[in-house]
Ligand binder design. Sequence first.
Ligand code: MD3
Ligand code: FE
Length: 206
Amino acid sequence: MQLSDGFPKGFKYLPGYFSSEEQKELIDTLRHLIKEAPLFTPVMPRTAKPFSVRMSNLGALGWVSDKGGYRYQPLHPESGQAWPDIPEVLLRLWNKVGDCSAAPEACLVNYYAETAKMGMHQDRDEKTFEAPVVSVSLGDTAMFRLGGVKRGGPTQSLKLNSGDVVVLGGESRLCYHGIDRILGGSSSLLKDGGRLNLTLRRISPF
Ligand code: MD3
Ligand code: FE
């Protein structure tokens, strides 16, 4: 079944939140931060199958996946260095749209080449679900799929364009979701194409 409207409670879609000028500044900032904390290729627990999405993190904690499992950790898995700080512009975004009294502890940076995708999953590795996840899309448009809190129920699709912000709070926080595909060539923001997605997260209860 395909729903065309009606989002879960706590789901906020803010299309075009960042202007193209702001997007360029954000990409400039991220380019420097990704030099400090290079993108790595996570692998699935047990099978070690590589993700098609490459990742890095900002903040006190970063999400990683390797043969041992999924977890948040304070150090980059390859360099052994602490993750860079979350830039002010993203802390400001969280304060404006997150409706949360506690600061974010992690910003997962996902890079999708044109052929990358992310299967349907829930975000459940955090120790609190009280805080929302705040997502920023930059670069090529993604076909995003949002389901319900149970696997296999009805889903709806939404295009996430460069500059869009999505807030996943309340009942939407534990909804299944994934990225079906990237629309290659839809944006010229990233020199080599593809898409960056940033997700601001709170890990610890507050
Ligand atoms: C809905 N990222 O990093 S962002 C992820 O575009 C992830 O890279 C996707 O799923 C991406 O875990 C989707 C939008 C998003 C993020 C978290 C959610 C949607 C969500 C948590 C619950 C429900
Ligand atoms: Fe997710």
